[in-house]
Design a protein around this ligand. Structure first.
Ligand SMILES: CC(C)(COP(=O)(O)OP(=O)(O)OC[C@H]1O[C@@H](n2cnc3c(N)ncnc32)[C@H](O)[C@@H]1OP(=O)(O)O)[C@@H](O)C(=O)NCCC(=O)NCCS
Length: 177
């Protein structure tokens, strides 16, 4: 895909992008959690700076993000998002292609990600990009620091002991991965 035609450039995501990124993620309906804050983002940037991507328009505005995690065994895609006024123009595809190329260069064999139930745009996007829902396993997690519960624990149908005690089921925004 031609970044020039889309009038965006793919760039490294920097710590100074965090505030704009949080605004963008909020605008796209994503659910912000403590891992999206400056302190946690600094850890990610320190560990794998070249896997954290930003799409910027000609004026330098942040219009898309894709964050990557690589632990030596699996590659993970986080916070793939595009500003609402720039969606369906191929920007997320461009970001994901670049991230996948960087994963491959590290030796990764497979990329993984989580899509929150009901996020149909995201499901359609990842299906179009060749991703499959893996039905043979379910995401599990444990909250290591209070307030950053894994998505599985926000399921209102989950047994009481598994629910995030801090989650507000009423006001839970629709998308988070
Ligand atoms: C999911 C998201 C990142 C896609 O970004 P995008 O830049 O619009 O995606 P692209 O333009 O590269 O789309 C590529 C293809 O994916 C599919 N697709 C993307 N968005 C779609 C939608 N809303 N409905 C149906 N199919 C969609 C289409 O096949 C599309 O190709 P087409 O436009 O030629 O039909 C964007 O909708 C978004 O930011 N959503 C909110 C944040 C979010 O939920 N992120 C995912 C977290 S898991």
């Amino acid at each position: 895909m031609d970044a020039g035609r889309l009038q965006v450039r793919i760039d490294r995501f920097a710590l100074d992008d965090v505030d704009d990124a949080c605004a963008l993620w909020r605008d796209t309906g994503m659910w912000l959690r403590p891992s999206d804050g400056r302190e946690q983002m600094a850890l990610l940037l320190e560990r794998d700076p070249d896997l954290q991507l930003a799409a910027r328009d000609g004026a330098g505005r942040l219009v898309g993000t894709a964050l990557g995690g690589w632990d030596g065994r699996r590659a993970y895609v986080y916070q793939l998002a595009v500003a609402p006024d720039r969606q369906r123009q191929g920007i997320a595809s461009l970001l994901l292609e670049e991230l996948e190329a960087r994963f491959r260069a590290r030796g990764a064999l497979k990329a993984k990600l989580q899509v929150l139930r009901g996020n149909e745009a995201s499901r359609a996007f990842f299906a179009a990009r060749g991703y499959l829902v893996e039905t043979d396993c379910e995401p599990w997690g444990k909250e290591l620091v209070r307030g950053d519960a894994p998505p599985a624990c926000r399921d209102p149908q989950a047994p009481a002991g598994l629910r995030d005690p801090l989650a507000d089921d009423e006001g839970a925004p629709p998308s988070r991965c």
